[in-house]
Design a protein around this ligand. Structure first.
Ligand SMILES: *Cc1c(COP(=O)(O)O)cnc(C)c1O
Length: 369
């Protein structure tokens, strides 16, 4: 069988190649000028005073939680419908992720459920802008607790008030794995307003060193969560192409919306409403209830189309079940969505013909051709 249409593919070209070669020739491969340049350009882009580049989105979430004071025994209210990293980072600090159910349309944290999950031990709320759809921030902000935004899937999105995702000033974490809107291979960025938090994050990503790089003064615990100048140079080149990359993703999403509209019982990603803009990251559909998803994936593969369940419910993963005694039925909306969601091939450069091939395959597999 020939290679199927893949789920994701980075868009890299001459700009990225030249940027990498320039760093190699400069011989300053880490903690060089590309690091601060990437941070400055990113902060400008999301309209916040500061940004700190780190080695992954996960590392960014971890440092952001530490910076706002999540520690041993505290609780972090978050969504069970996310990539597992957003819950794991609480455990890195021996805090407990406390899940709250999601909204069935936007798939983001249900503000009422989040409010009900708050206790005297809650140290932070960690909303996830899942599939690039910004969580409803105002009701979460009214809870008066520190917030860290998982914006790893939401570069280019706009909140309900029309402002760009990352601009609210809470630490908002972005990720640059190769399937994201922009990539640095591996990498992440924390956008934030507070200079003291940035100072702490910059120190802790670099072994707890003082900002002036005093070799001997490690006055706090730190990590190696640095992002190399090679990666930052790729990031700068990608950021320069962001508008083009986002427009290409949007065009593919529009095309999908058109060709999939005819398939009965399929729930498509909710369209932009009011001032909300989705930062397009994946194109996930919800299959009709009663359809065998594994069989659907196998048969799509036979038609030359890659697809995958995306995402599984975090609280039902065996590690979380065993550690916290979670069980099916706790978060019914999340569980229903997680049992039916299917990611289809989605990346800039996916052609109209390929989108039509995906739609035709799905129609056939669902018995609607
Ligand atoms: C990609 C992603 C992350 C971070 O991933 P890394 O691989 O560590 O960069 C975190 N949360 C969500 C929702 C993501 O999609």
């Amino acid at each position: 069988m020939s290679a199927p249409i893949p789920l994701a593919r980075p868009s890299l070209g001459e700009a990225e190649e030249e940027a990498v070669v320039a760093v190699l020739r400069s011989e300053q491969l880490s903690l060089g000028p590309r690091l601060s340049e990437f941070e400055r350009l990113f902060a400008e882009h999301v309209r916040v005073p500061h940004a700190s580049a780190v080695s992954s989105g996960t590392a960014g979430l971890h440092l952001a939680l530490r910076a706002i004071g999540v520690s041993d025994g505290s609780e972090v209210v978050t969504s069970p419908f996310s990539f597992v990293a957003s819950a794991n980072v609480a455990l890195y600090e021996r805090a407990r992720p406390v899940f709250a159910d999601i909204d069935p349309v936007t798939l983001t944290l249900d503000p009422a459920a989040a409010a009900a999950a708050v206790s005297s031990r809650t140290a932070a709320i960690l909303p996830v802008h899942i599939f690039g759809w910004p969580a409803e921030m105002e009701p979460l902000e009214r809870l008066g607790l520190p917030i860290v935004e998982d914006a790893c899937e939401a570069l280019g999105g706009r909140y309900h008030d029309g402002r760009i995702v990352g601009s609210r000033g809470h630490p908002a974490v972005f990720a640059f794995y190769p399937n994201k809107q922009i990539t640095t291979g591996e990498g992440g960025m924390i956008a934030l307003a507070n200079a003291q938090l940035k100072e702490r994050i910059d120190s802790e990503r670099n072994q707890g060193r003082a900002p002036n790089m005093d070799w001997l003064d490690h006055d706090r615990l730190g990590f190696n969560y640095r992002l190399s100048d090679i990666a930052c140079a790729i990031g700068i080149a990608q950021l320069g192409r962001l508008d083009e990359l986002l427009a290409a993703r949007r065009a593919v999403a529009d095309c999908y919306r058109e060709v999939l509209a005819e398939i009965e019982g399929l729930q498509l990603p909710c369209p932009d409403t009011g001032k909300v803009v989705r930062g397009w990251f994946v194109f996930c559909v919800l299959l009709p209830r009663g359809i065998d998803r594994d069989a659907t994936i196998r048969r799509l593969r036979e038609h030359g189309v890659a697809s995958k369940p995306y995402l599984p419910a975090i609280h039902l993963m065996s590690f979380y079940r065993e550690r916290f005694g979670h069980h099916p039925g706790e978060f019914p909306v999340c569980e229903d969505v997680a049992s039916r969601s299917l990611a289809l091939p989605f990346f800039p450069g996916l052609s109209e013909g390929q989108v039509e091939q995906v739609a035709a395959a799905l129609r056939t597999v669902l018995g609607q051709s």
